[in-house]
Design a protein around this ligand. Structure first.
Ligand SMILES: Cc1cc2nc3c(=O)[nH]c(=O)nc-3n(C[C@H](O)[C@H](O)[C@H](O)COP(=O)(O)OP(=O)(O)OC[C@H]3O[C@@H](n4cnc5c(N)ncnc54)[C@H](O)[C@@H]3O)c2cc1C
Length: 490
């Protein structure tokens, strides 16, 4: 796509209206407010494509474009040692349709639609379904090993994790990814924070003004891909958009996920979507110290979750995000996830070995009373709750339990008994972001394309809403990152 014009341009008048009017290369190249803040730098480098952010979406965009022969720079505000953003910290699971058939694609999209209350981005779910099997194979062709997919009932979705396994694979992915990108001639500028998009007089984005160790520099390109992740580290955005108290929530990932790309895109006229309320946050109940890997998501749907008063409070089978949000409303905002040996044998072994590797305690006792004592819950109420739940289990569900459990219910009866406790809510990712179309082009609020500007990953597309099925964000980053790289370099 050419940078110069796409729709006979309309933004020219807008910029004029805002008071610009000087020469193309200097002040008028930026919005007036931006131009007032950073001086015109002496250093300016030229590329085909400038990618902002070295996480999964940014790397996928850069790799796709580099394989097509484009000259690329990746700007990353963190140091070299902290390449990869939240993607580096991730469990490393991609969600996939359970097979690569039209029927399985449709089921995948339906399940994501259901989880996101019909307010997620169905067009992007469809792209994820269509591309992810091929895109995982593409990672493998580029030297990144991914383990075979495992089905994740009750959803019609499977997950495939980067080798060697959960919370161990992403550092390996980034080592290989960086080597592969450098082999293809991609330049990385670490410790370099993108501060402003540069626009030409036609309103197209033609580069990025950034601040690095050497001071201010311009990185010019025919296109720019914003892949700066989410805004869980930006207290001001959380308080303004999500909830006045959201700034106090624990953040599981990097604290420098401050929504810079969203704000830069907004400065260039892009619309934002899906930012309002706690519906825009992914919250999971996790260990309070090891907030990243100390999370038992795979066990939640099968276990019983019990609050400080000794009572259940949520249908655990709805998944770990519904569960995490429900914990927000519990006394002390904490919970204890209880399961028995049968559940351990069927689904919990992987999580237990991660907890062991991290040195986190997995509580264990021969009786439920003893377990209640160890984790500090009122023993009598705890026993009553488990007893009532067990009595309500019927054929894999517990419709008569309080609250009911619609599926994946099994009696907690086979000693020894286990608990992850205490678990507290933390923000995993943010759902709101830059409006984009199916080609990952950034859009103004009225749907107009902003020439030269693309966005992908957590901070683009408002892909999810309220809830999400695990592995969806990495799938979105890979699929939309590749699309952004291909379209931006075209
Ligand atoms: C602990 C944890 C576990 C997770 N596990 C999973 C999982 O298993 N599966 C799943 O689907 N999702 C998971 N997620 C969510 C998922 O990891 C993220 O949504 C996804 O990795 C975001 O990727 P991204 O490329 O959009 O952004 P990121 O990976 O966050 O990368 C953005 C990069 O942009 C850089 N940047 C930001 N602003 C600027 C700027 N102004 N200039 C230059 N650089 C900038 C940042 O420093 C960062 O390196 C997890 C999240 C967390 C926190």
């Amino acid at each position: 796509m050419s940078n110069s014009t796409k729709s006979g341009l309309t933004r020219r008048g807008l910029l004029g209206g805002l008071g610009a009017g000087a020469g193309v290369m200097s002040l008028a190249a930026l919005t007036p407010v931006q131009a007032a803040l950073l001086p015109e730098p002496e250093t300016s480098e030229s590329y085909d494509l400038v990618v902002i952010g070295s996480g999964l979406a940014g790397c996928a965009a850069a790799l796709e474009a580099a394989l097509g022969g484009a000259k690329i720079v990746v700007l990353e505000k963190a140091s070299q040692a902290r390449m990869g953003g939240n993607s580096f910290l991730a469990g490393g699971s991609f969600s996939l349709p359970i097979s690569d058939t039209a029927e399985a694609h449709a089921h995948y999209v339906e399940d994501y639609d259901k989880y996101t209350l019909g307010r997620g981005n169905t067009e992007i779910f469809a792209l994820m379904a269509e591309h992810i099997h091929r895109d995982v194979a593409w990672l493998q062709e580029n030297g990144i090993e991914v383990l075979p997919a495992v089905d994740r009932p009750p959803n019609r979705v499977s997950t495939a994790t980067v080798a060697p396994g959960s919370f161990a694979g992403m550092p390996v992915l980034f080592r290989r990814m960086r080597a592969r990108l450098e082999e293809l001639g991609v330049k990385f500028a670490f410790d370099t924070k993108a501060r402003q998009l540069i626009m030409d007089e036609a309103g197209a984005v033609v580069g990025v003004r950034a601040v690095g160790r050497q001071g201010v520099a311009d990185y010019r390109g025919r296109s720019v891909v914003i892949a700066t992740g989410g805004y869980a580290g930006n207290t001001q955005l959380l308080e303004a958009y999500s909830d006045p108290n959201a700034g106090a929530l624990m953040v599981r990932g990097i604290k420098h996920a401050t929504g810079d790309g969203l704000l830069m895109a907004q400065g260039a006229g892009a619309g934002l979507k899906g930012m309002g309320g706690l519906m825009a946050l992914h919250i999971a109940a996790v260990d309070g110290v090891e907030t990243a890997a100390g999370q038992p998501a795979a066990v939640v749907p099968y276990a019983v979750s019990i609050n400080r008063e000794g009572r259940r409070f949520v249908d655990e089978s709805l998944g770990y995000v519904s569960h995490g949000k429900a914990v927000l409303n519990q006394p002390g905002q904490m919970t204890t996830l209880v399961f028995d040996q049968s559940i351990r044998d069927s689904v919990a072994e992987g999580v237990i070995s991660t907890f062991n590797r991290l040195g986190l305690t997995v509580h264990q006792a021969d009786t439920l009373e003893e377990l209640a004592g160890i984790v500090g819950l009122p023993a009598e109420q705890f026993a009553q709750t488990v007893e009532a739940f067990n009595a309500a289990v019927d054929n894999g569900a517990a419709p008569g339990a309080n609250p009911p459990k619609r599926t994946l219910a099994s009696r907690i009866e086979t000693a020894p008994f286990y608990a992850f406790s205490p678990l507290v809510p933390g923000i995993t990712l943010t759902f709101g972001g830059i409006m984009i179309n199916e080609s990952a082009q950034a859009l103004e609020a009225d749907g107009r394309v902003i020439p030269g500007l693309f966005a992908a990953g957590e901070g683009a597309g408002a892909v999810f809403f309220q809830d999400y099925i695990g592995g969806g964000s990495m799938t979105n980053c890979l699929v939309m990152g590749r699309i952004a790289g291909r379209e931006a370099a075209a």
